[in-house]
Design a protein around this ligand. Structure first.
Ligand SMILES: [Zn+2]
Length: 465
C-alpha cells in the first residue's frame, strides 16, 4: 500500500428511522424535555435581566442591582441540577442528555445574542432568544455520551435510554468506516423533519488526502437562475430534471389546500379530514423538492471539487436577493449559500481550492475577451455583446469565464475585506478610477463601456476558509 496523507474532518452521516409508535412517543417526550429545560432556563435569565433593567430605571446603582446570573452551559447546568427536583420531578424518566440539549441550545442562543449586540459577532443582528413552542419548534435531542453505536447488521442503531432503533436505510457507509477505525462517533442527534424521524451522527473521520483530476485547471462557476450553474468551459449544468415537475405539483396541491377547511385557533375550529390529508401530501412534495435540489447540488459540487484545482465563485448577496419577490423562490431553489458551503468543505476533501470573488466584481458586465466593462446590462439580456471587440457570448458563460480569469490574475490572495459587522466593504476600483474617460466615448443615457484597462486585480478574491 502506498503511503497517503490523511486528513481529519468532522462529518455527519444522516439516516432516516423506522420507528414503532412507542419509540416515536419516547423520542417526542425526550425532545419535549429538552424544550422544557430550554424554556425554564430562558425564563430565569430573562427574569433577572428584566429585574436589573427595572432597577436601573429607578436609579439603583450598579453594585446594588440584583446579581446577574451566568448563562454559560456549565452555569445553566448547575442551576438546572439544583432546581430539577422542584420544576421537573419526573426528570429521571428521561436521559440527562435531553436537558443538556435544551440548556446547550439556550447557552448558544444567549452567547450569540450578547456577541451580536456588542458587535463581536459578524453578520445579521441576532435577537434575544424566544421561548420554544411545541407547535413551532423542531423536536430534536442530542446524545453525546453513553451507548451510541451502529449495530453489526447495519440496519439498527443503539442510543442511550431509547435502545435499539430500526433504520430505514442501511448504515453501511458509516459502518465500514467505524469498522476500519477511520471514523469515531462524537454525537448523535435525533430530530423530526416533517413526519419522519432522522438520526444524524457527527463523526470525526480520517479521509485520505486526494488530489483533483486536473490540479492546474481553473473553473469559473456562474450560479444561475435558469440553470443550476454555468461553467467557464461553456457547459451549462441544468437543474435536476424532476424539480420543475415537482414544483408544478407543489403549486397544484397548495391551491387545493387553500380550498379545504383549515384549523383556526381563534375560533377553535378543527381542520377537516381533507385538509389534514392534503397537508400530508404537501409536506411530502416539499420534502421531495428539497431532496431533489440537495441531490443536484451535491452532484455538482462533488464533481467540481474532484476535477478542478481551483474553483472560482461569486459572493452573492443572497439575503438581498431574497427580498426580490419575483425571483425569490427560484433563487432560494438554486441554493446559492448551499453551493458555497458544499464547496468550502469538499475542496478540502479533494485538495482543490475555492476562491470567492467579492460581490462587486462586475463578472456579468465585463467582456471576457478584451476586458472592457459595460456600464449597464439589463437582466433580460441573455447574450453579452461587446462593442469594442465584437464578442458575442452567452451571458452566463461570459460571467463564468471572467471568474476563472480572475483567479489567474490574482497571484497571491488578498486579506479578507470585512468591516465591523462582517459585511464586506467594496474594494476601491483603483484601476478603473485612474483611467480618465475621454469626452465623447459614452454619451449620457446610452449603454457605454469603460475603456479597457486590462483586468484589474483590485477585487478581493479570497480563498474561502
Ligand atoms: Zn470585448
Amino acid at each position: 500500500m502506498g503511503h497517503r496523507e490523511r486528513l481529519s474532518v468532522v462529518q455527519a452521516y444522516r439516516f432516516a428511522l423506522d420507528l414503532s409508535p412507542a419509540q416515536q412517543r419516547a423520542l417526542a417526550a425526550h425532545a419535549g424535555a429538552a424544550r422544557m429545560a430550554y424554556n425554564w432556563g430562558l425564563e430565569r435569565v430573562k427574569a433577572v435581566l428584566d429585574q436589573r433593567a427595572a432597577e436601573r430605571s429607578y436609579g439603583v446603582c450598579e453594585e446594588e442591582l440584583t446579581p446577574a446570573i451566568g448563562w454559560s452551559l456549565p452555569a445553566l447546568r448547575r442551576s438546572w441540577n439544583a432546581a430539577k427536583d422542584e420544576v421537573a420531578p419526573w426528570w429521571r424518566d428521561y436521559s440527562k442528555e435531553a436537558y443538556n440539549t435544551g440548556l446547550d441550545a439556550l447557552a448558544r442562543a444567549l452567547t450569540n445574542w450578547a456577541a451580536s449586540r456588542s458587535g463581536k459577532r459578524c453578520g445579521r443582528r441576532v435577537g434575544f432568544p424566544r421561548f420554544k413552542s411545541r407547535r413551532r419548534s423542531t423536536p430534536s435531542v442530542r446524545f453525546t455520551t453513553g451507548a451510541i453505536r451502529v449495530e453489526p447488521d447495519r440496519q439498527h442503531v443503539v442510543l442511550p435510554r431509547l435502545g435499539r432503533l430500526k433504520l430505514h436505510e442501511s448504515a453501511r457507509k458509516l459502518a465500514r468506516r467505524l469498522e476500519a477505525g477511520t471514523a469515531r462517533i462524537l454525537s448523535a442527534t435525533v430530530r423530526r423533519d416533517g413526519h419522519r424521524w432522522y438520526v444524524s451522527f457527527t463523526c470525526e473521520v480520517e479521509r485520505a488526502q486526494r488530489t483533483p483530476a486536473r490540479p492546474c485547471a481553473t473553473v469559473g462557476v456562474d450560479l444561475g437562475v435558469r440553470h443550476l450553474a454555468v461553467l467557464s468551459t461553456g457547459e451549462p449544468v441544468p437543474n435536476p430534471r424532476q424539480l420543475e415537475a415537482a414544483l408544478r405539483k407543489l403549486r397544484r396541491i397548495s391551491r387545493g389546500l387553500s380550498r379545504k377547511v383549515a384549523p383556526d385557533r381563534r375560533t377553535r375550529r378543527d381542520a377537516s379530514k381533507r385538509w389534514e390529508r392534503v397537508r400530508g401530501q404537501l409536506s411530502r412534495v416539499h420534502l421531495r423538492v428539497a431532496n431533489l435540489r440537495c441531490d443536484g447540488l451535491h452532484k455538482l459540487t462533488t464533481r467540481l471539487a474532484a476535477t478542478y484545482g481551483t474553483i472560482v465563485i461569486e459572493d452573492l448577496n443572497v439575503a438581498g436577493m431574497l427580498r426580490n419577490r419575483r425571483l425569490a423562490r427560484r433563487i432560494a431553489d438554486a441554493g446559492f449559500a448551499e453551493i458555497r458551503r458544499h464547496l468550502a468543505y469538499k475542496t478540502q476533501w479533494y485538495g482543490s481550492r475555492l476562491m470567492v470573488a467579492d460581490r462587486w466584481y462586475p463578472s456579468s458586465k465585463t467582456c471576457s475577451g478584451c476586458g472592457a466593462v459595460r456600464t449597464k446590462l439589463a437582466l433580460s439580456e441573455r447574450t453579452f455583446t461587446c462593442t469594442p471587440c465584437g464578442l458575442v457570448l452567452d451571458r452566463d458563460v461570459n460571467a463564468a469565464r471572467n471568474l476563472a480569469a480572475l483567479a489567474a490574475t490574482v497571484a497571491g490572495s488578498g486579506p479578507e475585506t470585512l468591516n465591523g459587522r462582517g459585511a464586506d466593504r467594496k474594494t476601491p476600483l483603483a484601476g478603473l478610477v485612474a483611467v480618465k474617460r475621454l469626452p465623447g466615448t459614452a454619451t449620457a443615457g446610452k449603454t457605454g463601456t469603460v475603456p479597457p484597462q486590462g483586468r484589474t486585480s483590485d477585487h478581493a478574491l479570497t480563498p474561502a476558509s
